[in-house]
Design a protein around this ligand. Structure first.
Ligand SMILES: [Zn+2]
Length: 329
């Protein structure tokens, strides 16, 4: 559900008026009591005048929410990994050198949450109905060719949850392939760990990021997650789990789906499934030892929760998932 946000109004009065008001206020009790009587009328008038502006926000409350928690898998492209050695893997050890880029929309009876927002901003390319390969130049000199079919915005609109109707945004972490459309959600509430946010807005920015794609989050309403597990809607069905190492505030998302069962979205704890089976690590971890500890913790967490681990970048596994508008519930 959307929220009405408080509106601050500044009224500029000519200096003479301010001086006059101050004179009366300081010297005449009658003027003060008269002003006190007038203020409620002024506020009522302002409320009426501002109604058209607050109404746009209020319209987000009309979004239709399902009775059961839903998980939509959205297509945000793919990444071709030219050199699998970046993941301590030989080419023959992996089934494919492609990585999927998945974005997820979680719709709870109390509101929607977007989890990861793609590798290419919608504003940088035009959908044509067939695959468009977008060439990306990253600030650190790396390049990527990302095949795209549909924009994230179009996929969300088709589901009835365009960005203004998405209550929460949470990113697994700050790398460019997870933040591309973050600016579209600057009016949502951002769920992030303080250490991750600090790194995102530090100078210089961390490697493999595109700070321009998430600059809008700087002024977004923000909830800093401080517990190991953060229960987004208060009923245990959508839980953000701290999983540091890949980045300092890397996190994962647990969904307790009634018919599908519990699912844990991996963030980038792994990219290729062989990192898990062969115990390999990307060479660009923020803290490799921390990732190692997190992987052990998550193995325990999977046992306790009985959750299935969905490796977001696993191209083969992602190819088998039901895509929006179909969903998991
Ligand atoms: Zn990634």
């Amino acid at each position: 559900m959307g929220q009405l946000r408080p509106v601050t109004v500044e009224i500029a009065l000519p200096l003479a008026d301010i001086r006059g008001l101050r004179y009366h206020a300081e010297n005449c009790d009658k003027t003060v009591s008269r002003m006190n009587r007038i203020i409620p009328y002024v506020l009522t008038a302002l409320t009426v005048l501002l109604a058209p502006f607050t109404a746009a926000d209020a319209s987000s409350t009309t979004v239709k929410l399902p009775e059961l928690l839903r998980l939509y898998v959205l297509d945000c492209g793919a990444i071709h990994v030219a050199d699998t050695a970046r993941y301590e893997l030989r080419r023959e050890e992996v089934e494919t050198s492609e990585l999927s880029v998945a974005c997820f929309l979680v719709v709870h009876p109390k509101g929607a949450l977007i989890w990861d927002v793609g590798a290419v901003p919608d504003s940088e390319w035009q959908a044509t109905g067939s695959t468009v390969v977008q060439h990306l130049s990253l600030p650190d000199g790396q390049t990527r060719d990302i095949p795209l079919v549909r924009s994230l915005g179009a996929q969300l609109s088709e589901l009835g949850y365009p960005p203004p109707k998405v209550k929460y945004i949470a990113l697994s972490h700050y790398h460019y392939d997870h933040t591309a459309n973050a600016n579209s959600f600057a009016n949502s509430t951002w769920l992030v760990r303080r250490v991750e946010r600090n790194a995102m807005f530090a100078t210089p920015a961390p490697g493999t990021t595109r700070p321009d794609t998430y600059a809008g989050l700087k002024s977004a309403k923000t909830i800093f997650l401080e517990t190991d597990q953060y229960d987004v809607f208060g009923d245990g069905s959508v839980v953000i789990k701290f999983a540091p190492g890949h980045t300092p505030g890397h996190q994962m998302l647990l969904l307790r789906l009634k018919n599908t069962g519990p699912v844990l979205l991996s963030g980038d704890l792994y990219h290729f499934p062989q990192e898990r089976t062969l115990n390999r690590f990307p060479v660009f971890e923020f803290d490799r030892e921390q990732t190692q500890r997190t992987r052990m913790d998550i193995n325990e967490f999977l046992k306790i929760t009985g959750a299935s681990l969905w490796i977001q970048h696993d191209f083969v596994a992602n190819g088998k998932l039901r895509k929006a508008p179909a969903f998991y519930d």
